[in-house]
Unconditional design. Structure first.
Length: 457
């Protein structure tokens, strides 16, 4: 108690607590550091707090503001701030936030701040799966037609880092965590790609997760939605565009026409291009392309240029990334698949009968793996599981498929190569977070690629 009193007294002597004129950054990862840089550039006083005693970006922040002190998430100093700026990884459920809100202190985040600061139009993309791919597609399509297009958000670069008075258009990937506090984003286009259960270690009910995703529509000029797979949302606009794998009925819709063997992307009654002309070939990649074209059209991009440009999109690392064919077996790195829905999409997208050797495992985040059983029964010949929740996944799926628990990723790769025959696809699509064994999904994917190529070379 004495230490806390001293801490508050020192802060008060610095002029912050007594006047309530400082902001508190909570969470010192990439987002927290980005916020610190922005506030420092504007001469705004701030303090920092984190649950980790040595957060990843604290050294950079201390170099920015020598002598700044790290506070815990239990510190009463948070209740003296003018504003709390919450990093997306910090849950709304931490106890101190109840006291903060009871005092009327605003809790915000970098995306919400960005929405207030950006002068150029904003296109925002969310969904359970495919966000990064579609955001990258839209960014590429827009950049070929406009100067000053900025792509940021959950895709990697914090949005405050790209604020630019010369920007012509911002394309943001936004997560449910960001939308918890960014509830009033002024958007030119708001796009929701799909919904499937995720982050059930953070949300009490799946409906809470879905409702949070719907915050993207609260203040948009145009909305983009799939024609199936999501429930009704309250939209702030009558300008609603849709995409799907069925035929489009009017000029507000994009979809597929032609045959199942040779589908054609279409807008209303206009045929745009054959799916075979895309460099990315799986079924969900075609849906991503339809979504990107719909978003681009809603954002007033020219259709002819978009059609030509989207043919050149090669996909992103760790997202259904083709690693090569060896002895007639295709190998796919889909380490970005950190939830069940993403893995189901990948399994169905790459299947040609029961030809998939599927690798699952990591931190399951409370997901229901029974949802995978129909796709596994139809498409998968063998499942290999590893990681913290490997045993639990095996228990759920063992009645549906031949399944083997393996100790580590090195042995997983050996087992995959051993079990695969010509015509099969080895699909590394874990349906889990990576943090039990790796720093992030990209580190996990890089290690899978390294081991595979080393063993097959």
């Amino acid at each position: 108690m004495m230490l806390l009193v001293i801490m508050l007294a020192v802060a008060s002597e610095n002029g912050n607590v007594g006047k309530g004129n400082f902001k508190m950054i909570v969470g010192l990862g990439e987002t927290g550091y980005s916020v610190a840089k922005y506030l420092h550039s504007k001469g705004v006083d701030f303090e920092v707090a984190d649950s980790d005693a040595a957060p990843s970006r604290l050294p950079e922040i201390q170099a920015l503001v020598p002598g700044i002190e790290l506070h815990s998430l239990e510190s009463k100093l948070l209740t003296h701030a003018a504003e709390i700026i919450l990093s997306p990884g910090v849950p709304q459920s931490i106890p101190i936030l109840r006291d903060v809100r009871a005092k009327g202190i605003v809790v915000t985040g970098d995306v919400a701040m960005f929405g207030e600061l950006a002068e150029a139009p904003i296109v925002a993309v969310t969904g359970s799966n495919g966000k990064s791919t579609v955001t990258s597609m839209v960014g590429m399509l827009a950049s070929s037609q406009l100067k000053g297009v900025k792509v940021a958000g959950n895709i990697g670069t914090p949005c405050l880092d790209v604020l630019d008075e010369d920007a012509s258009l911002y394309v943001l990937e936004v997560s449910s965590f960001q939308l918890e506090v960014a509830t009033d984003l002024p958007l030119k286009v708001a796009a929701l790609l799909n919904l499937s259960p995720d982050h059930m270690d953070r949300y009490l009910k799946v409906e809470d997760y879905y409702k949070t995703k719907g915050n993207i529509f609260n203040r948009c000029q145009a909305a983009v939605v799939p024609r199936s797979g999501i429930g009704p949302f309250k939209l702030s606009t009558d300008s609603v565009f849709s995409f799907g794998t069925d035929a489009p009925a009017n000029d507000m819709q994009f979809g597929l026409v032609g045959s199942e063997e040779d589908p054609v992307l279409a807008h209303g009654s206009r045929e745009l291009m054959r799916a075979a002309d895309l460099r990315i070939k799986s079924r969900h990649d075609v849906q991503n392309a339809l979504a990107a074209l719909t978003i681009g059209y809603a954002a007033d991009l020219e259709m002819g240029s978009m059609i030509e440009d989207i043919k050149e999109f090669e996909g992103l690392a760790h997202r259904c990334e083709w690693l090569g064919d060896f002895a007639g077996v295709s190998y796919i790195n889909d380490s970005k698949a950190t939830n069940v829905g993403a893995s189901i999409s990948a399994v169905e997208g790459f299947s040609k009968g029961k030809n998939i050797i599927l690798i699952l495992g990591g931190e399951g985040k409370g997901a229901d793996f029974e949802l995978m059983i129909p796709a596994i029964k139809n498409c998968v010949k063998k499942v290999l599981v590893f990681g913290r929740d490997g045993k639990a996944i095996r228990a759920v799926l063992r009645s549906a498929v031949s399944i083997e628990l393996v100790d580590n990723l090195d042995d997983i790769v050996d087992a995959a190569i051993l079990n695969a025959n010509g015509g099969d696809t080895v699909l590394f699509s874990p349906a889990c977070a990576s943090f039990d064994m790796f720093e992030n999904y990209s580190t996990r994917g890089d290690e899978f690629k390294r081991l595979l190529l080393e063993k097959l070379s």
